[in-house]
Design a binder for this molecule. Structure first.
Ligand code: HEM
Ligand code: MTE
Length: 467
């Protein structure tokens, strides 16, 4: 018997396109699956996400692959083995403040490595209603703190004259456990479309700075009540501080109005679970705030301190960022104090399938996507056009229950429609309507702003039709 070919990870990595052929690994084995890509029952684009690297992180998400007949399919494409030293994880440099960051899922499309910012690819984003933890979008401003759950303390500052609470993780678990499904969206979702109009300052998020999870934890209103707070001061704010900090010791911080924090119906959580698991490190282990219906920036991770203050948080991210402005405002004329901080987000939707520039079959096209609105407003309709907005069809919304005024989670939607005969291309557009009959603007230019936030124009995808 011949000894197997030995390849390094680097070599495997260089085989990630049809031109170079498509290799993947499973365990220590290397496969050339170029011929299988178009045969993949889950679709070629999904398989391609693993091109040049290991299958395990993907197959861990889609357990359908744990079947012997799938191993047999793969076995036909074996071309060799990984070199022994490449089976070991690589060692990290310790001088780097990000060296202790967790290991991430390779499906994530990275917008910035340090700090880590990444979004799931559209073909996985709407594959499941609940986003699996490993591919939930991640928005970090700083290195990820490594907190010991046994010594962790959450400080809740009391009203004047009362002693503060210092809660351990166990203490937090003693409050009634509340569980809700909430979609989190970053204010910068879809910023890349804004930067096509004119340059903006910020990470180039595409449509994936949004994800949905089941969150469980103590209700903030219960914890604040225990600390002695009441809803006396209607103008007050609840300030949150993270345990992540920059080299000067400044922590991430944000605030929400006290009225929202104290309202049991607003369901603001101090969450310690995400989809039935302890929070992953990237998402705030061991405790984060979840503010349903509100912009991601207020969902403070690695929560260290909660206080009730007469003013909003003085954090940079509350006062000097995450605000909207007129398109004519530039970095010389901007007055951050003139705009309120973003809290509830406007109605949003995007197409996740097909992808821009893709080739679709003649006959019938399936269009898929997500829709969501802030403040608990339910999505009541998604309209889809195949001709750039001249004619419209109503998409089918998935069946997930939406409670009135508490529609915290997105709706996935799809439309199956005949491709008009003779069409060579389609200009697919989607727009959602919420239960206040808020609609999305048709065009991004009039909502352009220097920071590239609140990008919610009709989403447009151009595809060609195979003849
Ligand atoms: C389905 C094989 C890579 C995502 C399937 C099925 C097979 C298969 C045979 C049908 C399952 C059944 O019997 O019901 C493979 C092989 C791969 C590969 C041999 C590698 C060479 C991937 C990757 C992803 C993926 C990297 C994800 C990013 C899926 C999904 C389905 C599926 C989502 C289910 C589709 C559905 O439910 O309709 N795959 N797969 N696959 N695969 Fe893969
Ligand atoms: N909390 C802390 N402590 N540090 C951060 O950098 N980023 C905020 C928010 N909470 C952030 C934070 C922003 S801008 C967003 S959009 C969400 O966390 C993202 O949460 P995720 O990474 O779990 O998706």
């Amino acid at each position: 018997q011949e000894s197997p070919h030995i390849y390094t990870r680097e070599e495997v990595k260089s085989h990630s396109s049809p031109e170079t052929r498509i290799w993947v690994t499973l365990g220590s084995e290397v496969f050339d699956v170029t011929e299988f890509v178009d045969l993949h029952p889950g679709g070629p684009s999904k398989l391609m996400l693993a091109a040049g690297g290991p299958l395990e992180p993907f197959w861990a998400l889609y357990a359908v692959h744990n079947q012997s007949h799938i191993r047999e399919i793969l076995a036909q494409y074996k071309i060799g083995e990984l070199s022994p030293e490449d089976k070991m994880p690589s060692t990290l440099k310790t001088s780097d403040p990000y060296a202790d960051d967790p290991i991430r899922h390779p499906a994530l499309k990275v917008n910035s490595q340090r700090p880590f910012n990444a979004e799931p690819p559209p073909e996985l984003l709407t594959e499941t209603y609940i986003t699996p933890n490993p591919i939930f979008f991640t928005r970090n401003h700083l290195p990820v703190p490594n907190l010991d759950p046994d010594t962790y303390r959450l400080h809740i500052v009391g009203p004047p004259g009362r002693r503060p609470l210092s809660l351990s993780l166990d203490d937090l678990h003693k409050f009634p456990k509340h569980e809700i499904t909430v979609t989190l969206q970053c204010a910068g979702n879809r910023r890349s479309e804004m930067s096509q109009v004119k340059e903006v300052r910020g990470l180039e998020w595409r449509t994936g700075a949004i994800s949905t999870a089941r969150w469980a934890g103590a209700r903030l209103c219960d914890v604040l009540a225990k600390a002695g707070h009441q809803l006396r001061e209607t103008e007050a704010h609840v300030c949150f501080e993270g345990l992540d900090s920059d080299p000067t010791g400044t922590a991430y911080g944000a605030s929400i109005p006290l009225a929202r924090a104290m309202d049991p119906e607003a369901e603001v959580l101090l969450a310690y679970e995400m989809n039935g698991q302890p929070l992953p490190r990237d998402h705030g282990f061991p405790v984060r705030v979840v503010v349903p219906g509100v912009v991601g920036a207020r969902h403070v991770k690695w929560l260290g301190k909660v206080s009730v203050e007469p003013e909003e948080s003085y954090s940079h991210w509350q006062r000097r960022d995450y605000k909207g402005f007129c398109p004519s405002v530039d970095w010389d004329s901007v007055d951050f104090d003139s705009s309120p901080s973003i809290q509830e987000l406007p109605v949003q939707s995007a197409i996740t399938e097909p992808k821009d520039g893709e080739m679709v079959e003649a006959g019938e096209v399936t269009v898929k996507g997500y829709a969501w609105s802030g403040g608990g407003r339910a999505v009541i309709r998604v309209d889809v056009s195949l001709d750039g907005g001249l004619t419209w069809q109503v998409a089918e919304l998935d069946r997930e229950e939406q409670r009135p005024r508490k529609a915290w989670a997105w709706r996935l939607w799809q439309l199956q429609a005949p491709v008009p005969p003779g069409k060579k291309e389609l200009n697919i557009v989607c727009k959602a309507v919420d239960d206040s009959y808020n609609v999305q603007p048709d065009n991004v230019a009039p909502i352009w702003n220097l920071r590239g936030v609140l990008s919610n124009a009709w989403h447009r995808v151009h595809v060609r039709v195979a003849s």
